[in-house]
Design a protein around this ligand. Sequence first.
Ligand SMILES: CC(C)(COP(=O)(O)OP(=O)(O)OC[C@H]1O[C@@H](n2cnc3c(N)ncnc32)[C@H](O)[C@@H]1OP(=O)(O)O)[C@@H](O)C(=O)NCCC(=O)NCCS
Length: 184
Amino acid sequence: MAQYEEVLQGKGQKFLIRNAVGNDASKMIQYMTTVNRESTFLAMEPGEFIKNFPLEKETALLQGWVDSQEHLSLLVLTEDGEIAGSCNCSYSTEKIRYRHRASLGISVRQDFQRQGIARRLMEIQEEWCRSQGIEKLCLEVDTLNTKAIGLYLGRGFVVEGTLRREAKMTDGTYRDLYVMGKQL
Ligand SMILES: CC(C)(COP(=O)(O)OP(=O)(O)OC[C@H]1O[C@@H](n2cnc3c(N)ncnc32)[C@H](O)[C@@H]1OP(=O)(O)O)[C@@H](O)C(=O)NCCC(=O)NCCS
């Protein structure tokens, strides 16, 4: 995808939003480890990200996305160069019948939340989707995740269904997920 870069004014500080590149891998591993520790609403347990995506693999993945038409991987960086948030969106051209839909995942580190970061990331991704001819944006969200559900409903997503007991936590409890979609 073409390079993306913009400055976002937060509350009391500026953030840089740009594409993730291969060199961000080590910071990304650190960031994902932090957000997976902070929230039970993401797909991985704390410490699981680095097992699935060790440095070399994560570097190749991020760099591959830079060169791919079908991914937009955005990072939000603080003035100190720390990752404050991340948002990935992708579609596949493999199956003609699903070429019109894309999926999205998003997170913002706890100490940078409530500054409009997620809202802006979603706006950029939706614009990018439209530029790619995508007509529908899809995501899944824990039914207990009121913050994220508020974000998505506020952007015109609707709940299309519920996946029962879709996630099993390490304490043996289950979580239901909403499937949400937005017609672009
Ligand atoms: C959900 C999340 C991405 C929101 O990020 P954020 O940058 O704080 O969100 P924004 O400041 O852009 O707020 C956008 C909207 O989200 C909702 N929202 C965000 N934080 C909220 C909170 N604490 N309480 C209620 N609603 C909230 C609101 O609708 C808000 O709009 P408003 O400011 O007009 O009220 C963030 O809380 C997060 O990363 N949580 C942990 C990981 C996660 O749940 N990811 C989503 C998985 S599906």
